[in-house]
Write a protein that binds this ligand. Sequence first.
Ligand code: AMP
Length: 401
Amino acid sequence: MDDSCTLPDQAAPGTGSDAAGVSPQASQPSTASAGNSNTDPNLNGPLTLRPGHELPFVAPSSYLRPKPSSRTMSDKTSNPLDKDQMQGLRGIREFLKVRTSYDVLPLSFRLVILDNDLLIRKSLNILIQNGIVSAPLWDSRNGTFAGLLTSTDYINVIQYYCQFPHEIDQVDQFRLSSLRDIERAIGVLPLETVSVHPMRPLYEACRRMLKTRARRIPLIDTDDETGRETVVSVITQYRILKFIAVNNEQHTMLLKKPVREIGLGTYIDLATANMNSSVLDVIYLMVKYNISAVPIVDKDNRVMNLFEAVDVIPCIKGGAYDELTATVGDALSQRAEDFGGIYTCSEEDRLDSIFETIRKSRVHRLIVVDDDSRLKGIISLSDILKYVLLYGEEEDDLQEY
Ligand code: AMP
């Protein structure tokens, strides 16, 4: 589900519904429960685990059902796995070229748009109250779309506060329209404001997201009569991959090469933290590496949990910037009741089973672990989107986008 949308009970044909998600607890690998033990020696104090939060790990292979092979006998002689893999990727690319961004939207959804004049402090409460993690901004003076508010903006405000701690009163008075000034003051490159027309091919939205490293893209239309911009919705990488997973099983089932073999994800120079790290340390890692999540490991590099950029939002609720010195363990224990858990896979897992997991659950990234739950790598949705769109493509074919 798009983070700014609510799916109706009956989703649009072909869009699927998050309600189909399988309970993560049901397929819990035995090693994973160590990650949430409230007796873990790395914790400052006991982590309070609410009912339903005890077993947050899911392995995608547990979703993998045997599928009939579409391969013919003659394929077997010529590297059938590679052939199938390319056939699957081409099928998905063709699909993305004939469908539009509009097709990804559910029949009805909720869209929260924030006025650029709103105090940043108040915008936080609105996001939390509405259970969303981003929102399009609107410049009501000029009647134009003014960009997308995301957790990165709050991380920038935190950096500003850290660099200019004596200006806390001023930070409290910042409006959303000041976000660009904050970027300049802390010396980060402004994010490219990227958008797409809802009726353009979905492939185009994907290419723009990859080019700008945006994890979500607003759909902007122009009113025929007034010529004014209209924000239609926002689609996320997760929404797009789910759309592929739900509507393209005949192609995703061909992606049978192990993630190790196709080099999917990042395996070296991983940014990690432990339960005793401060929230501020983890934010620093996210900024330094330009990433949206940091695996939390124990002293043996076993994966305990994951701190995501969106976990920053509740930490600064009510302008509590001084509470960022709290530990990751404390911050993660505040997660919402309906937190879906984190998802793991092994290097032997294949993209077909990952798509199967995305089809059934709200997955934002997969942590690659070995048999002892030790961290091996991380696969982000951007890694999957990049592989699905670009692997094996000739430069010339990509020029037009
Ligand atoms: P993301 O920010 O999740 O879209 O990821 C952007 C890129 O950084 C992807 O290629 C990921 O594989 C990689 N990545 C994500 N998390 C980490 C991490 N904790 N350490 C190193 N690389 C990461």
